[in-house]
Design a binder for this molecule. Structure first.
Ligand code: PGA
Length: 304
């Protein structure tokens, strides 16, 4: 029988056995009904026994049909295991990596992805950036392979690996009266007009937490939906803000005054996170290794 049966015939039969219908098998396999019927007839001739029988409108498997269906499942199972083993071996030659990062990580994540892509050109990478709150919702829905954020979530079980320092600093316009002063008390800052990121931002949450810990009230003058808008507003003299030093990557060093405030910089870390129950793909595991192996200089936290 082995020499006469084709793999396609077994595939067709397996679909009919599983779905209980020629029509549905034809739809699933994108074949016409006459093709399905013809292949089934050939398979039945080769086996020499009927495989299915029609009772009324219902299709039943005969004993021989049931045994063949079981054999098909075993054969296809072995094929699947083989395909997976090959994919593992090919591992980093092909594959996809879906990364999701908080807004502020957009200042460095594309560069890291670029370097990773150069190491593994066959891997298709994608990066979605969104604020912390939305990223956590996606994490709960398991939408990406790996997530980059400023603090691991508390209410979702995750594996979180810190890979780089993330200092948050107080920024003001260069001509701000507090620029150049030393050891400015946090209480003094509370009197300034504040520019904050939108609710849901991790940066905003970190600033609010610091003020709350000191029993101080933060009076936002304006909420803006991104780091760039905040920087523009600072330069326009609208107020001061706290941002990650990573957001200054493309700015000239003296474009902003970094205020010397007690309790700053807030030394946060960047974390690579994935749900605890989910095994990382070969590609995601390689990217995580790559992140953890980043240059020490990049990992070093100034003033930490
Ligand atoms: P954000 O997150 O870009 O949403 O502010 C940054 C962070 O969590 O540090």
């Amino acid at each position: 029988m082995r020499h006469h049966t084709t793999f396609r015939q077994l595939e067709i039969f397996e679909a009919i056995a599983r779905l209980g219908s020629f029509t549905r098998a034809a739809e699933e396999l994108y074949l016409t009904q006459p093709t399905i019927s013809m292949q089934m007839k050939k398979l039945t001739d080769i086996v020499g026994l009927p495989l299915v029988e029609q009772v009324g409108k219902k299709l039943f498997l005969t004993d021989a049909g049931r045994e063949l269906a079981q054999t098909c499942r075993e054969v296809f199972g072995s094929m699947d295991r083989f395909t997976m083993a090959v994919a593992e071996r090919q591992g980093l030659k092909k594959g996809r990596l879906a990364l999701m990062a908080v807004t502020t990580a957009s200042y460095f994540a594309p560069r890291l992805l670029g370097e990773f892509s150069r190491l593994y050109p066959g891997i298709e990478v994608s990066l979605k950036t969104t604020n912390r709150e939305q990223l956590l919702a996606s994490l709960a829905d398991n939408l990406a392979d790996l997530y980059i954020l400023g603090q691991p979530p508390e209410d979702i079980e995750v594996v979180a690996r810190p890979f780089m320092c993330n200092p948050l600093v107080v920024l003001a316009a260069p001509d701000h009266p507090l620029a150049g002063q030393q050891d400015i008390p946090l209480a003094r800052l509370a009197r300034e007009p504040w520019l904050l990121r939108e609710p849901g931002s991790g940066t905003r949450a970190a600033v609010e937490r610091l003020f709350a810990e000191h029993g101080l009230e933060l009076r936002p003058r304006m909420a803006l939906g991104g780091n760039e808008a905040i920087k523009q507003a600072i330069l326009a003299g609208l107020g001061i803000s706290v941002l990650s030093t990573h957001s200054l990557t493309l700015n000239a060093p003296d474009q902003f005054a970094m205020l010397h405030v007690q309790g700053f910089p807030i030394c946060r870390q960047w974390y690579a996170v994935h749900p605890a129950g989910r095994q990382l793909s070969v590609v995601a595991a390689a990217f995580l290794d790559f992140l953890l192996g980043q240059d020490r200089a990049l990992n070093a936290c100034p003033n930490a």
